[in-house]
Design a protein around this ligand. Sequence first.
Ligand code: NDP
Length: 331
Amino acid sequence: GREWHLVARPHGWPKSTDFALREAPVTEPDEGGVLVRNKHFSVDPYMRGRMNDVKSYTPPYQLDHPMDGAAVGEVIASNAEGFAVGDHVVHGLGWREYARVPARYATKVDASLAPLSAFLGVLGMTGLTAYAGLFETASFKEGDAVFVSGAAGAVGNQVGQLARIKGASRVIGSAGSDDKVRLLVEEYGFDAAFNYKNGSVKRQLKEAAPDGIDVYFENVGGEHLEAALSSFNLHGRATICGMISQYNSTEATPAPHNLALVISKRLRLQGMLVNDHRALMPRFVKDVSGWLASGELKYQETAVEGIEKGFDAFLGLLRGENTGKMIVTLN
Ligand code: NDP
């Protein structure tokens, strides 16, 4: 089977020569493990950080080793109790065609709930990030006005829709193209949206949220955070989930010049990591599959076909070529 290796650490934007698609033998699963034929794997912004040789909440990718990340597939051989050939599982050995997974790292999923790829997005890690980040980290309550950046992405569109479903007074999103902005309002039911490339984020947010915002869900950083600080009402709360505008920068990025507004407005800015919220998973799957079934929640994926397109998919994600979750589908 083929697998993607990191062969050089990118400086700034990743280049195709930093990666190689290599052949590896497919062997029987170990005792207590399963062999999975991957059907889809996930490419995610956090993987950019793992390409640097720095200690973080996940260890860096090792050079000339297969990369990893979330994947979903079918068990084709089992040496583990409770797992049978034909079961569908989510696990952490993506970026490859075949994965030998210790059973304790594989989670069975109910393929009757949704198409398999959904377990990497709307019913998976990015969905849980939206759910936990809005309801727990931001302490969202009915009547809040919510602003989310990266709003046409996997986490962002779900944040906006969950806020709408739970009774936000106003949901505002920003995204990087006019088509994405239209989708937010017409498909996902945002009250207002704007293209951050069309001018000052601060001014566009003021126009979209004339009565201010109570919750900011931060996916982007930089000018977006400054704009949110400036539009916050008293006692506003921000979930600091990601700052994708900085992931390829080669220089330190300046702090918001208006950070002192945190004091006068008594704001709370709270960082979050989805891994801390795994205990919410059962409630999350129950709620979200219910909203999908009722049609209240919609989702979209951008699927790139073929393992050989893995790098292109990852780069495309950083460039904003995706709408909703970016997925690599193996044929
Ligand atoms: P998305 O599906 O949102 O894809 C990334 C999007 O980021 C692109 O589509 C692009 O959309 C946007 N983007 C890229 N560069 C910029 C830029 N310079 N300025 C503004 N937007 C940009 O990815 P995810 O939903 O997976 O992740 C969204 C955020 O959530 C990321 O910051 C990620 O790191 C974070 N995250 C954090 C987790 C946690 O546990 N803390 C877990 C999961 C995700 P556009 O066309 O609009 O520019």
